[in-house]
Design a protein around this ligand. Structure first.
Ligand code: NAD
Length: 480
């Protein structure tokens, strides 16, 4: 049944009169399951007004009262976690265990945000000059908004809104038009949790909705997660309109495997990083750099692991890799595989042969060897299950390859040498670094975000930095 999505504004579900709609599909079957209205400035304005109206009373509620709504939401999310995971699988394609993991990570954001009474505290000092005292307090700023990508439909908006509202702000969320159903359920739970009308608003849409959010005069700050070209556009446009911005962009993640690594565990982790979630993770391994004499062992181990993956509908038991998000994205990933062959990389495992399932957007795990840094497959973000091998003589060369890439989201080393590990963590540009970890994903109580072309802004997502992003630090100096 094709369902038309609504917006949630001022505590009510609203029909959107849009002239265009995005067809939402189940990527495992190609079946159309929904229609996302592609509204624009009018819908954003209505949400911004509702959020601005709700702000004064929400801000005045004691923080201890505000977080009670988050405790209630956490309880409801736990109750509906399985239903939410099933929706993630249905609209995004990732397997049910992967979807459950992402829902868990999202719930953990709500848990950390309930610590606001402690985490929002400021600082004070008596007698900064004779008889003069000084204090710094964190104050909410008003209306914030987030713009989310397709790859973690339930989790990514939760990187932001629990922290924003715990701090006393009000909020507008724009999910990806490709995966609107997860946030539909989250907002139904928000409604059930009893948040006052206007505190949390949901606006569906595409790029016109995004641009209206970036330009709206009432909105104080924007949190964005998506590809680097859009992240840069969001950063520049929102900043030009006087807003705070944190814009998390795309990735090309390098994984260095040293010859002294515990090879079985290392290759399990590399294969899971590259092919888990069908490679549609901003922390996915894109390039594996086997150092010195371990090239053949790494290659053979990855071939075996790629071939052991079972592709299919992620809702079915035993399936270990689901489809890509859309027909268009499948075409793009297949195009990269063709380009890699034309560029002279050696195609060791060809995922095109494993594309299966009627109507679904499947591409199997793909492995290229002898990839050079200047090849398109070695340099551009593919965002699919395509892993490139780029052998290096030594750690110097491996660090040089990673250091020259303009993106720096995540990077990992596999080694049993403390000296190699220390040098890697000290020198690598990527600001999410793993040592013997395949997916270096900071949890809710740490900050999340990359460096160089993978991140635009300064304060990262969630963790303590969220309390900096979502507040103004006012300094009060007093003499009586
Ligand atoms: P995307 O950039 O295409 O879309 C992200 C959001 O921006 C969506 O809500 C979309 O509606 C909007 N958008 C798209 N094009 C736009 C435009 N021209 N102008 C204004 N708004 C626009 O990203 P995606 O394909 O949904 O997600 C995949 C990307 O997200 C990958 O590049 C991945 O690396 C990145 N990502 C990064 C992180 C991170 O933490 N750095 C996390 C998840 C995903």
């Amino acid at each position: 049944m094709v369902q038309r999505l609504k917006n949630y504004v001022g505590g009510e579900w609203i029909d959107v009169e849009a002239s265009a709609f995005h067809a939402v599909t189940n990527p495992a079957t190609g079946e159309v399951i929904g229609e996302t209205p592609l509204g624009g400035a009018g819908e954003v304005d209505a949400a911004a007004r509702a959020a601005a109206d709700a702000f004064p009373a929400w801000r005045e509620r004691p923080v201890e009262d505000r977080v009670q709504f988050l405790f209630e939401l956490k309880f409801l999310l736990e109750k509906h976690a399985e239903e939410l995971a099933a929706i993630v699988t249905r609209e995004n394609g990732k397997t049910l265990p992967e979807a459950r993991g992402s829902v868990r990570r999202g719930i953990q954001m709500v848990e950390v945000a309930t610590g606001a009474p402690s985490l929002l505290m400021g600082q004070s000092l008596e007698d900064i000059a004779s008889g003069i005292d000084c204090e710094s307090v964190r104050q909410p700023m008003g209306v914030f908004a987030c713009i989310a990508p397709f790859n973690f439909p339930a989790m990514v908006p939760m990187w932001f809104f629990p922290f924003a509202v715990a701090c006393g702000n009000t909020f507008i969320c724009k999910p990806s038009e490709q995966v609107p159903f997860s946030q539909k359920l989250v907002w139904e739970l928000i409604h059930e949790a009893g948040f006052p009308p206007g505190v949390l608003n949901l606006v569906n849409g595409g790029k016109e909705t995004v641009n209206a959010l970036l330009e709206h005069p009432t909105i104080k700050g924007i949190s964005f997660v998506g590809s680097s070209p859009v992240a840069e556009h969001v950063y520049k446009t929102a900043a030009a309109h006087g807003k705070r911005v944190q814009a998390l962009g795309g990735a090309k993640n390098f994984i260095v495997v040293m010859p002294d690594a515990e090879m079985d565990a290392a290759l399990d982790a590399v294969a899971e990083s590259a092919f888990g979630c069908a490679g549609e993770r901003c922390l996915a391994a894109s390039v594996v750099v086997p150092v010195g004499g371990c090239h053949d062992e790494v290659r053979q181990g990855l071939i075996e692991r790629a071939k052991a993956i079972r592709i299919g509908d992620g809702a079915q038991d035993g399936v270990t890799m689901g489809p890509l998000i859309s027909a268009g994205h499948k075409e793009k990933v297949v195009g990269y595989i063709e380009t890699g062959v034309e560029e002279g990389a050696e195609l060791v495992v060809d995922g095109r042969e494993q594309g299966q399932g009627e109507g679904g957007f499947f591409v199997g795990p793909t492995l290229f060897d002898k990839v050079k840094p200047d090849m398109k497959v070695g340099s551009e973000e593919i965002f699919g299950p395509v892993l490139c091998m780029m052998p290096a003589e030594d750690l110097d060369e491996a660090l040089d390859i990673a250091g020259k890439h303009p993106l720096a989201n995540a990077s990992s080393i596999f080694t049993t040498s403390g000296k190699n590990a220390r040098r890697f963590r000290y020198e690598i540009d990527a600001s999410m670094a793993g040592v013997n970890i395949g997916v270096a994903a900071p949890m809710s109580f740490f900050g999340f975000g990359g460096a160089k072309g993978s991140f635009f802004g300064d304060l990262k997502a969630h963790g303590r930095e969220a309390f900096d992003f979502f507040t103004d630090r006012k300094v009060v100096i007093s003499r009586w």
